[in-house]
Design a binder for this molecule. Structure first.
Ligand code: C2E
Ligand code: CA
Ligand code: CA
Length: 512
């Protein structure tokens, strides 16, 4: 009665069979309420024999399991679909691609895998907030779906990355036309909250059977092709080409490993002392990041900072460095070590983000470090690239009470008029000038001029890369204030620098 027209059910068949054979049975069946609403029943039926073993009646227990079934469906949905865009997620994508490959193999047809990544999405997210970002992704998903046939799979691969799997007509010519169409459609302005947004996209494609015959290979190659498209200036598309494997592949691999490193806490800081040139006292340390790669060991920043900058990982990495340096410095003070400032390098990318002052304030608050014991080092080129904006940003930072130093000074093109307006405390003479002391008269002149210039602007000067006593003597004579370099100490592990700081002064005989 309760099943209405829905009679062809597996559960019903099971029950019929069991009744005929005089067996117990447990089955799930779909039933319907008077108003037609579906509800799921778990039905248990057992035959009851009398003393002679003749079945006289049945006992049935019925349970409404609708909620459980709904929950199961929901779980299944969550495991396979992205809740934001309602597109298949990477799980279902993999299944669909594998399935498409099996069918294509059997029918001797092609399959295309296309990776698409938005250009400029991070900007939208950063400047307008996540909720706008989310809605933008929804619009992009819709547009992408509208460009594809129902037989193709459009999936969200994560973040602002989408993947399309196409079967049937996948010759290069029509694929090019299709990618061009997608590119044009995504580039159309998007209206959200009365704001006109523009995003572009980069696409990369790989083809079965030319580029590989398993899902993983095809995905990887489409991903590589997409990165190449990005490198080529974005808002364009690329087919996979074998030579991409080497360069882009290595980069991509490094990027993945860096992401993991951040997640798994594989970064650490070394500290190099900064010393008062006249007294030999340690007045500060510069925090220098290292990566303990489980495969290679300790990796210097020059090998990964550029990739971190390109991939946007520099944001979270810098935040970690800042927090760790402040935490460590406070811990030293709590241990009773002579207080010294800690200098943290800030890359241009991070400096351009507007909320850096907020982050610094938050980290100081969290770690309890007094502002005067933190200094930020910004390179001269980073500041000068956008000098007018830098003035206001540096003012914001300076208002927090922290120190500011211009790193690699002498290599950029500082405008003196700006230099006067920057609220900085210290100029850091670039290593290249210091290393030529005693070798190049020109560089000696520049070094002397920088010191004089700084002092006339009431700024402190620190020389970096000091390696010899001759360099030290030269700097001392010209009244340079501080120095940093291998002559005194290399960047040291936390333990080693703590030992050194306990002494508080240089142990070098030359410094005495
Ligand atoms: P930098 O800010 O100019 O840092 C000084 C670099 O010079 C360090 O290299 C240090 O080991 C090296 N050095 C110090 N004294 C001497 C010396 O006497 N002779 C010579 N030849 N070299 C000396 P390191 O640690 O490899 O860092 C290289 C660069 O990586 C840094 O240059 C900085 O631009 C960047 N970096 C390091 N840590 C961070 C960080 O946490 N965030 C960012 N954004 N960049 C970082
Ligand atoms: Ca530095
Ligand atoms: Ca430097």
């Amino acid at each position: 009665v309760l099943q209405r027209d829905d009679r062809e059910q597996e559960g019903v068949a099971l029950i019929r069979e069991a009744l005929a054979a005089n067996r117990e049975v447990s089955a799930v069946v779909r039933n319907y309420r008077k108003d037609g609403a579906l509800f799921w029943n778990q039905l248990f039926i057992a035959p009851v024999p009398d003393a002679e073993g003749i079945i006289t009646h049945h006992i049935g227990v019925i349970n409404d399991v609708t909620d459980l079934m709904r929950y199961q469906e929901q779980l299944e949905y969550q495991a396979n679909y992205d809740s934001l865009t309602r597109l298949p997620n990477r799980n279902l994508l993999r299944d669909r691609l594998q399935h498409a490959l099996i069918v294509a193999q059997r029918q001797h047809k092609g399959v295309a895998v296309v990776f698409m990544d938005l250009d400029g999405f991070k900007n939208v997210n950063d400047s307008l907030g996540h909720s706008v970002g989310d809605r933008l992704l929804g619009v992009v998903a819709e547009r992408l779906a509208r460009c594809t046939r129902t037989s193709d799979t459009v999936a969200r691969h994560g973040g602002d990355e989408f993947v399309v799997v196409m079967t049937d007509t996948v010759d290069e010519q029509s694929l090019i036309a299709w990618m061009e169409r997608v590119r044009a459609s995504i580039s159309e302005p998007v209206w959200l909250d009365g704001t006109e947004l523009y995003v572009g996209c980069s696409l990369g494609a790989s083809l079965f059977p030319q580029d590989g015959d398993d899902a993983e290979t095809l995905m990887k190659k489409a991903d590589l092709a997409m990165y190449r498209a990005k490198d080529m200036g974005r808002n364009t598309f690329q087919f996979y080409q074998p030579e991409m494997n080497a360069s882009a592949g290595a980069r991509l691999n490094l990027e993945r490993r860096l992401r993991r490193a951040l997640r798994d806490n594989q970064f650490l800081l070394h500290y190099q002392p900064q010393v008062d040139i006249h007294t030999g006292r340690i007045v500060g340390t510069e925090a220098l990041v290292r990566w303990r790669d489980p495969e290679v060991g300790l990796v210097p920043p020059s090998s990964f900072i550029p990739v971190a900058e390109e991939s946007g990982l520099i944001g979270p990495l810098s935040e970690w460095v800042l927090r760790e340096a402040c935490r460590q410095n406070k811990a030293w003070q709590d241990l009773g070590l002579p207080p010294a400032r800690v200098s943290v390098n800030l890359s241009a990318r991070v400096f351009q983000q507007r909320d850096i002052a907020k982050l610094v304030m938050q980290v100081l608050d969290e770690t309890g470090l007094e502002p005067r014991y933190l200094e930020l080092e910004l390179t001269e080129s980073a500041i000068m690239r956008n000098a007018e904006e830098a003035v206001s940003m540096l003012n914001e930072l300076s208002a927090l009470g922290i120190g500011l130093a211009i790193d690699d000074f002498g290599t950029g093109y500082s405008s003196l008029s700006y230099l006067k307006r920057f609220p900085v405390d210290r100029l850091k003479i670039d290593r290249s000038f210091v290393s030529d002391i005693g070798i190049s008269g020109d560089d000696e002149t520049i070094t002397s001029a920088i010191i004089a210039l700084a002092h006339s602007l009431k700024l402190q000067v620190i020389a970096e890369g000091v390696e010899t006593s001759a360099q030290l003597d030269f700097l001392k004579e010209r009244a340079c204030d501080e120095m940093q370099g291998f002559y005194f100490a290399k960047p040291l592990s936390t333990d080693a620098i703590s030992e050194l700081m306990k002494g508080g002064t240089a142990h070098e005989p030359a410094m005495a």
